[in-house]
Design a protein around this ligand. Structure first.
Ligand code: R5P
Length: 293
């Protein structure tokens, strides 16, 4: 057994077990009690020392999961451990700048809070914005694209084309397409910064007729982006439409809306537990945590 200890955070117990198994590390459960006012209380159900890997994604309830990560880090650091926080879905990474006057750069605050809690390094997956990385003293951002492409290669797709729902994700779709030995396009999406409403330009500038389209994105939240993109692809004659992402947040009725838009299947990594978590990040996260520690 290695000298590493993996702490299974309340948001990611299964993923933590996979990381521990790959590292041949001891697995310590973080027991959670939530009081009636919503406060979390964490108790580590085993010893932590030496090098410690906390696994805790920060999907909803976002703020609770984030604070729980900090609590676990504090306990490990106070016990003398060097702490790596594996946070596959890193909340607040979209707020990497003040888009409107008076806005807070939330991810900068999150980085400082984690550091103050005793986190020496962070491992995350497909962080929404590369600019957010600059706020962390030591961080490794893993791409899920090779794993998603490997999954897609086994799907028996017909003339696949990788599609990014927006210009910001073009490089992601290009890399996916390169690995799948095909081509890619990026749609033109715009979002109203006040209402959050999404529109996608119906003119896609490519012939997708009869081809299976794989919408590749870093995350699906409300599902609005994928719904609009799928509608545009269908209107342009695409064959089957699939969507693949690192983080399937699936807020509210996102799954239903995406299915109603004609999307064949939603495929995500297990950064967030759920029905769409079909691609395992365990080994990749374990290797990254070992390297950064
Ligand atoms: C935006 O730039 C992101 O890459 C995602 O496309 C977006 O966050 C998904 O959000 P929703 O599912 O709410 O449209």
């Amino acid at each position: 057994m290695s000298d590493l200890t993996v702490v299974a955070g309340p948001s990611s117990p299964e993923l933590a077990a996979r990381v521990a198994a790959h590292l041949d590390a001891a697995l310590v459960q973080a027991e959670l009690r939530v009081f009636s006012d919503g406060e979390s209380k964490i108790r580590l159900a085993g010893p932590v020392a030496g090098r410690c890997v906390i696994v805790q994604s920060t999907h909803p309830p976002t703020d609770s999961h984030l604070l729980q990560a900090m609590m676990m880090a504090r306990k490990c650091a106070d016990s003398g451990a060097k702490v790596c926080a594996v946070i596959p879905y890193l909340a607040y990474a979209r707020q990497d700048r003040a888009f409107l006057e008076g806005e807070v750069v939330s991810v900068a605050l999150v980085a400082k809070l984690l550091e103050a809690s005793g986190v020496a390094s962070v491992v995350t997956v497909d962080i929404h914005s590369e600019a957010a990385l600059a706020y962390f003293a030591r961080i490794k951002n893993i791409s899920s694209i090779p794993l998603l492409a490997l999954h897609a290669a086994k799907m028996n797709l017909s003339g696949p084309i990788a599609v990014s729902p927006d210009a910001g994700g073009a490089a992601r779709a290009e890399e996916f397409a390169r690995l799948l030995k095909t081509d890619s396009i990026a749609l033109k999406k715009s979002r109203d910064r006040t209402t959050g409403d999404v529109t996608v330009d119906p003119n896609i500038g490519a012939d997708v007729s009869g081809r299976d389209a794989i919408l590749v994105d870093d995350m699906i939240s409300s599902g609005g982006s994928i719904v609009k993109a799928a509608e545009v692809l269908k209107n342009n004659g695409a064959g089957r439409v699939y969507t693949m992402c690192a983080h399937a947040l699936m807020i509210g009725d996102a799954t239903k809306k995406i299915q109603a838009a004609g999307v064949q299947e939603i495929i995500a990594t297990n950064s967030i537990p759920g029905a769409h978590a079909k691609v395992d990040l365990g080994p990749a996260l374990a290797d990254a945590a070992r390297a950064i520690l």
